[in-house]
Design a protein around this ligand. Structure first.
Ligand code: 5GP
Length: 342
């Protein structure tokens, strides 16, 4: 539907290596034929489902395909252009810096390369503003988390405002958030904004409670926070009291099987409370979707009018990590585009 494509959108939850399109994947596969990777190993098609564990296997394959500076630059520029072509006007990308023993890639160079991709797209005149969140993979433990925060802090000061925050992601069943708290506190104190994956799987109330006490600036998924799915009212109250926006990724949660079907997605719970809920893609490549489609799915599933959808995309502006001047610019852009979209 053309309305959803033309709708100006804000994307706040997009993992770089999960966002690689089929077209880009083809280029990567032809660069590395010796890996014998097939498309079925890097994406979950229509109607298909995987367990969350299987989803993390997919990332392993993609990481093998994306392991040089050249690969990262291509993937990041392609992903940014694709989001722009889908009508995304402001994008926060996130990615876990990796280093390579054979490739000479360092974590610092990894982040610099993503920043170069952002600048390159800006210079080409691609109609999108992009910011970057440095990601911590919780699997890698306390020390790496602290190193990652130090790296992010360096870039917070040196990237002309392009690095704005920190993400905590990776397999939610591995590691303990309490081991990462010192790093997350440090990040917060140095001015990095925090977006944390939280209650993505059941029975993590204790961990979620610890993380909510920081508090984070945004929550990724929050699938099992509310009492109806085994969370608790006290967790919900903390989210509401601190007015922490949720990043909600419908197709990702259905295909990753943490939510049984679209109509049971927790978008409904938070939206009905009037709580800031931002529709996002998570991994548009792996889950074969785009942000227009996610907005359309939310609208058809929950019976949202076009006016309600417009408001939803507009309210996402208040949840971005870039400063007030950027929010003002985006609000002006939305106003300018409104007559064109309706
Ligand atoms: P990258 O950080 O390499 O750009 O993107 C892939 C990584 O993002 C994965 O290895 C994983 O750490 C994280 N990621 C992507 N999708 C999800 C998700 O749905 N849940 C969690 N917890 N982490 C994810």
């Amino acid at each position: 539907d053309v309305f959803y494509r033309e709708l100006p959108k804000v994307e706040l939850h997009a993992h770089l290596n999960g966002s690689v399109s089929v077209r880009t994947m083809e280029k990567l596969i032809s660069r590395k034929p010796h890996l014998n990777v097939e498309h079925s190993m890097t994406a979950i098609g229509k109607g298909q489902r995987r367990t969350l564990d299987e989803c993390f296997q997919v990332f392993k394959v993609i990481h093998q395909l994306v392991d040089t500076e050249e690969d990262i630059l291509m993937v990041a520029t392609d992903v940014i252009r694709e989001f722009a072509a889908d009508g995304v006007r402001y994008l926060e990308l996130r990615s876990t810096p990796r280093e390579g023993i054979n490739t000479g890639l360092t974590k610092k160079r990894y982040v610099e390369t993503v920043i170069n991709a952002i600048q390159q797209c800006k210079n080409e005149g691609v109609d999108i503003d992009v910011r970057f969140l440095v990601a911590i993979d919780r699997r890698n433990g306390t020390e790496v988390a602290m190193e990652t925060v130090k790296l992010a802090e360096e870039f917070l000061l040196s990237s002309d405002g392009l690095v704005v925050g920190l993400d905590l992601s990776g397999d939610p069943k591995v590691g303990h958030a309490k081991d990462l708290l010192p790093a997350l506190h440090k990040a917060k104190n140095c001015g990095l904004k925090l977006s944390l994956h939280l209650s993505e799987v059941p029975a993590q109330q204790e961990e979620s409670d610890l993380l909510l006490n920081l508090p984070p600036d945004r929550i990724g998924h929050g699938t099992f926070l509310h009492p109806e799915v085994g969370g608790s009212q006290s967790l919900v109250d903390k989210v509401l009291k601190n007015n922490i926006p949720l990043e909600l990724c419908l197709t990702s949660n259905i295909k990753g099987q943490t939510v049984p079907c679209y109509s049971k997605h927790h978008f409904k719970y938070w939206y009905q409370l009037g709580h800031p809920s931002v529709i996002c893609t998570d991994d548009k490549g792996v889950f074969c979707t785009d942000l227009s489609q996610e907005y359309q799915l939310a609208a058809t599933t929950f019976g949202l009018s076009r006016e309600a959808v417009w408001k939803l995309s507009q309210q996402a502006i208040d949840c971005i990590f870039a400063p007030e001047t950027m929010k003002k610019q985006l609000k002006q852009k939305w106003t300018d585009l409104q007559h064109q979209v309706f």
